[in-house]
Ligand binder design. Sequence first.
Ligand SMILES: [Zn+2]
Length: 351
Amino acid sequence: MAPQLSRSRPVAELHCHLGGAVTPAIMWGIAHAQGIRLPTKDYWEFRDMITVSSRHGRSFDGYLELFHWTELIQSSPFAVERSVYEVVGGAYRKNNVTTVELRFNPMKRNRGGEQDLDHIIAAAVRGMDRATLEYPVRPGLILCLDRAFPFDLNEIIAEKAIAWRDRGIVGVDIAGPESPTFRPRDYARLFRRTRGFGLGITVHTGESGPVEEISEVVEELEPDRIGHGVKAAYDPRTMAMIRERGIVLEICPTSNLNTRVVSGWDEFRWIFDTLRRNEVRFTINTDGPEMLKTYIRDELATLGRLGILTLAEQEEAVRTSLAASFVPNVGDVRLTNLEPATREEVEREEA
Ligand SMILES: [Zn+2]
């Protein structure tokens, strides 16, 4: 067996959507606690509804559709607090994740404006604070703008991030479906302003969209990190740009395979070779561990087993995550001796 990263080695996850990170059983409980009418009364069917499976097929749009129910269920202060609390604690218990940056779009959780955004954000902060009281973790929250939203809605989200910056909101992101109306340059001023307040900038690009968009995002939005960015490997100019600016890629292997953004592990082998050759720094993430049924240590272990990343390179990716985190002072998180497990082991234990 390929050597694996020691489980006593704390890891960081920088790319994790709240809508894809809560265990189905807890989502089920939250839905029922709020009296949400679900399309099924069968738990296993519900589980299938919010996680990837052969039933859904594999595509980018199919993946985004899974968020319909999780975001609806998470659309209240109660649900957001519980979700954040469970994800942060769970990541620590299961995988010794001591630094987790959780991202979500508060406007996709306010029932079309019926719920107050500040209450949603405050609830997320509360969930994070409660987890921090229980475990030696350093979490942070990233607010996601959406490609398909009009500018004025996205501007409100960025302003909320600024207003909550001293309370655990550490950055902003742009996520969501490909949209013909989205132009990075429209956000240049807003992102400059956001950065001016010390918030980190990460942007989803180079995933399902065209490779040309990456350089535009880099020039107009000056991100510290890029969500995915795997397509950058296909353009030497973009590779050089990312290296020169010290931008860190948040690679989510299983997610890219599921959405067919990357065709298979062989293509990933080539992508990682290319990143290495171009000295582009990268981190390994899940995108949404419960929705994609993979934990961060599964991602690292698979890359190790397939000989795509050596143990030293896995360790390097973890170091890069800690260094590139938007959470201040993550360096002093103490070492722990817990025994976090792969997803398979956790499921066996819980069965
Ligand atoms: Zn993502």
